[in-house]
Design a protein around this ligand. Structure first.
Ligand code: GDP
Length: 499
């Protein structure tokens, strides 16, 4: 809900507390009525879709909770530099599902899962450190269920240890402490516990709830105990997720490989299968292949598991929320709508910037005029008035919107055009994109008092007419240097006439 309302999770939880909700965790389930009330607090008008409604009627979700299947917890490893995060992850990775079942080679896809002898599974995010954790959270992606805080037994609590504690606590993610390098002769685990207790971590040995496990990433000592502690914590937190219904998840990372665009999706609910249609950010895919961290094709993946998904129209971003769409058309509609929304937000920002610049220009000009009007008597002002005159000339920006047939040519034209100009007048590309000139492009150009460049693409007669009415010039060409010359001519029109 926080993501849907576009508020930071921490602020959202604070709001819930203000409203009287207690002990809120990221997997807290709100019923429709409460979700609606909260949405109204953020000035949204909630619409309850009765046909989709599962929680408005008699049995609240919480009562049915034991019927929802358990899911693997998702763990992030944090801690001070050199305390052994990577070493521990490497050790764990060796016992990952992929490594044990598929011949031992694990590929980096951003996460891996470890099967325990108890039959349970734990998923580890494969990027240690705080930046990844924070980046995801800033985008509203509450991926991590448990933080394993690594503290070296020979170094104890250090600045980044405290930072990790702060982040985990702010995100309300429970901590398990792994005291690492226990194999070293100078290891002093008791000191670590005391230091942690001094910084507000209620360690188990001193009567608190925070589990502490002594490990060695190097020898593997205690790693099984760490897995056990995570598993126990997950049982206490009762991590569950429905495996039926539409798939939801998060993008952990995305990249382009020889085979095309791929993204690692961490499934949050539902059962992700081949042929499913997913939307993430402003892109979508019909899943062709699902691969686990061993690079092995799998048929389906359930909640709490990471999987590499191919076939994306465009590359999604880490932290994007993944939602299943019922069909391709719906996926495309959602993406189009999101792109348009993004463009409108950008347009509003551009307009604000342009209006600011115009206002500043106007003010400078007025000041310049006043100074000039003062005439040669005002010797002392002369230097300033010249400066003002020069700088008012300098703020002659000519905005363009660029459309091209393919992204490669858009980039090439963008590069050629954006370097044009001198210190009096220059071109500024507000936005560039692929495809024909759209209604929105004309609106944008009209609002910015700019021109449209159409490279190797064109505008429908309807759009052309609209542009004419709005006084927007559409400059079409399919040869870069000619387009550049036309733009240069446009720029010189704006040069102040020589006096
Ligand atoms: P990170 O910066 O937290 O990811 O730390 P690394 O995993 O890169 O470890 C830093 C150094 O500590 C490396 O030289 C590791 O070999 C060493 N190291 C990590 N874990 C252990 C351990 O359990 N015992 C010993 N003796 N050395 C370790």
């Amino acid at each position: 809900l926080a993501a849907a309302l576009r508020v930071r999770f921490e602020d959202f939880v604070r709001k819930l507390e203000e409203l009287g909700f207690e002990d809120v965790q990221s997997d807290h389930v709100l019923n429709a009525e409460n979700a609606g009330l909260v949405a109204m607090e953020y000035n949204f008008e909630p619409v309850v879709d009765e046909s989709e409604d599962r929680d408005l009627h008699a049995a609240p979700v919480a009562e049915d909770r034991s019927e929802i299947p358990l899911r693997p917890p998702v763990v992030t490893i944090m801690g001070h530099v050199d305390h052994g995060k990577t070493t521990i992850l490497d050790y764990l990775r060796k016992s990952s599902v992929a490594a044990t079942e598929f011949g031992g080679i694990t590929q980096h896809i951003g996460a891996f899962s470890v099967a325990l002898s108890s039959g349970k599974t734990i998923t580890f995010l494969d990027t240690p450190g705080h930046a990844a954790f924070l980046n995801m959270r800033q985008r509203g992606a509450n991926v991590t269920d448990i933080v394993v805080l690594v503290v070296a037994a020979d170094d104890s609590v250090m600045p980044q240890t405290l930072e990790a504690i702060k982040h985990a606590q702010a995100a309300r993610v429970p901590i398990i402490v792994a005291i690492n390098k226990i194999d070293k002769p100078e290891a002093a685990p008791e000191r670590v516990k005391h230091d942690l207790a001094r910084h507000g971590i209620e360690v188990e040995d001193f009567g608190g709830d925070t589990q502490v496990v002594a490990v060695s990433g190097k020898t593997g000592q205690g790693i099984k105990d760490l897995e056990g502690a995570i598993s126990l914590q997950s049982e206490i937190l009762d991590h569950r997720a429905e495996t039926d219904g539409p798939v939801e998840g998060w993008v952990l990372e995305a990249t382009t490989k020889k085979s095309g665009r791929v993204a690692t999706v961490l499934v949050r609910r539902g059962n992700l299968k081949q042929g499913d249609i997913l939307v993430a950010g402003t892109t979508w895919t019909r899943v062709r292949t699902l691969r686990n961290e061993g690079g092995i094709t799998v048929n389906a993946v359930g909640p709490g598991m990471p999987v590499e998904v191919d076939g994306w129209e465009d590359q999604p971003d880490a932290g994007d929320e993944v939602l299943e769409a019922p069909d391709e058309q719906k996926a495309k509609d959602v993406v189009d709508w999101r792109i348009e929304k993004e463009e409108r937000v950008k347009l509003a920002k551009d307009m604000e910037a342009i209006n600011e610049a115009r206002k500043a220009e106007q003010e400078k000009r007025e000041r310049g005029n006043r100074a000039t009007a003062a005439g040669p008597d005002a010797d002392a002002d002369q230097a300033t008035s010249q400066d003002v005159a020069a700088s008012s000339k300098r703020s002659n920006v000519v905005p363009f919107i660029l459309k091209a047939d393919v992204s490669g040519s858009a980039e090439a034209v963008h590069e050629a055009i954006s370097t044009l100009g001198n210190n009096e007048v220059w071109s500024h590309i507000l936005r560039s994109g692929v495809g024909g000139v759209s209604e929105f492009d004309v609106e944008h150009a009209a609002a910015a008092r700019g021109h449209i460049l159409a490279f190797n693409t064109t505008a429908e007669p309807r759009i052309r007419q609209m542009a004419e009415v709005k006084g927007v010039e559409i400059i079409e060409d399919n040869v870069i240097y000619r387009l550049v010359n036309t733009v240069k001519a446009k720029l010189s029109e704006k040069l102040a006439p020589l006096v």
